[in-house]
Ligand binder design. Structure first.
Ligand code: ATR
Length: 287
């Protein structure tokens, strides 16, 4: 078998809506080149209505693994025959691995975020008093790994308070995890880590955030990257955050974790990150 034998080419895809601008196909292609693995990785547009059928077609066509992005991460968890710990704890899946004729679900977002923050940006997350803004798929994906990384108390706020309550319940650490109302933010004091994980800035405004949230050593992190991350990072800078970090590094690191699950080897990420960072250089506000 050679690298160019079509029969040897493993098929992967990212499902989401919208998905056309996803960077995952080029990230995985770069990892595959680095490790000399033959694979095809495409972007498949799917809504909540079309996702189950599209995934079944992909499996029937030999799909070996997939990533799942907005707005399908929670739905993906429900379609899996088995779940890894992080995925079970978050109720959200971003990585599907073909297994026993079905799908095994994992969530690599949180591990990717923690790796980016601790190794690329050199942050010590331990004991950081943390605010998580959002309680959808993205927030669910990162919360368990933040807790595992040793943060202090985790406050969760969300436009729909019931979803913040549900996330706190799922995380199952009532002494450390506290759902709060978005409207009560001004009374919550200062934070050392603030993670923005809503999709609000895709088509609407950032929720109103008081500058009093930002502590003197605070790191502000947006799980989004590109233009969608600008409003939150601009707010964080204006409020005096020591670090303001977008989700580009997390994107590359979660991809590397998915790649490891599929291929058994973790690619080096610095070159891919540097290449993407050049394209998003205007948006860099970290360090
Ligand atoms: P994702 O995978 O990006 O998290 P999601 O599961 O649809 O996508 O969740 C979107 C998140 O962004 C939710 O926290 C959502 O709040 P609701 O639970 O109240 O819907 C939040 N969000 C989206 N638009 C928003 C807006 N205009 N203002 C505030 N929060 C918003």
């Amino acid at each position: 078998m050679t690298q160019h034998d079509p029969a040897a080419t493993l098929r992967f895809a990212v499902f989401g809506h919208p998905v056309a601008h996803s960077l995952s196909p080029q990230i995985h292609a770069a990892f595959a080149r680095e490790l000399s693995i033959a694979l095809e990785y495409t972007a498949i547009d799917a809504t909540a209505e079309t996702f189950p059928d599209a995934l079944a077609r992909f499996a029937a066509a030999g799909g070996a693994g997939a990533n799942v992005t907005l707005p399908l991460k929670q739905q993906a968890a429900a379609l899996c025959g088995s779940l890894g710990d992080g995925a079970r704890r978050s109720g959200a899946v971003n990585t599907l691995v073909r297994s026993n004729g079905g799908w095994h679900g994992e969530n690599t977002d949180g591990r990717g975020l923690v790796r980016d923050l601790t190794e690329r940006h050199g942050l010590d997350l331990r004991q950081r008093r943390t605010l998580l803004i959002g309680a959808g798929g993205a927030a669910r994906g990162v919360a368990p790994a933040l807790l595992e990384a040793g943060i202090g108390d985790l406050f969760v706020v969300n436009r729909t308070p019931e979803r913040a309550d549900a996330l706190a319940d799922t995380l199952g650490e009532p002494a450390r995890v506290h759902p709060r109302y978005l409207a009560d933010l001004a009374s919550l004091g200062e934070f050392d880590l603030i993670v923005h994980a809503t999709s609000a800035t895709r088509d609407a405004a950032l929720p109103a955030l008081p500058m009093s949230l930002v502590g003197t050593r605070a790191a502000a992190v947006d799980v989004n990257y590109g233009e969608v991350a600008i409003p939150f990072l601009a707010w964080a800078r204006a409020a005096g955050a020591r670090d303001a970090i977008d989700g580009l590094g997390m994107l590359v690191e979660q991809a590397a974790e998915s790649f490891r699950l599929w291929h058994g080897r973790r690619p080096a990420t610095d070159e891919v990150y540097a290449g993407l960072r050049e394209r998003y250089a205007a948006l860099v506000t970290a360090d």
